[in-house]
Design a protein. Structure first.
Length: 98
């Protein structure tokens, strides 16, 4: 079963929240000098790995976010086309999760 519009929006919100939480370190970087950055983020191998993983996760989440936005766009287009073609009534069945 394909995702409903509501489930796609739910996925988008969830990914946006994960992106928000994961990008907090970027705001910290924005407020510090380069020397502080080197000391706080790249002075040890663990810090380098943590920074790399955070950046990679941000990229992965952004990619997922864009895919879901594309799915929402396609779904909206399908709904509009269904509504405009020969007066077909578009109805999407609800997905129950109980």
């Amino acid at each position: 079963m394909s995702d409903t519009m509501g489930s796609l929006i739910d996925k988008l919100i969830t990914i946006d929240m994960k992106m928000w939480n994961n990008q907090e370190f970027l705001y910290e970087v924005r407020r510090i000098s380069f020397d502080e950055f080197k000391e706080n983020f790249v002075s040890t191998e663990k810090q380098k790995l943590d920074l790399f993983n955070s950046i990679k996760k941000c990229c992965d989440l952004n990619f997922q976010r864009n895919q879901i936005i594309d799915e929402i766009d396609e779904r909206v287009t399908e709904i509009i086309e269904a509504k405009n073609s020969e007066n077909i009534k578009f109805q999407q069945k609800k997905h129950k999760t109980y």
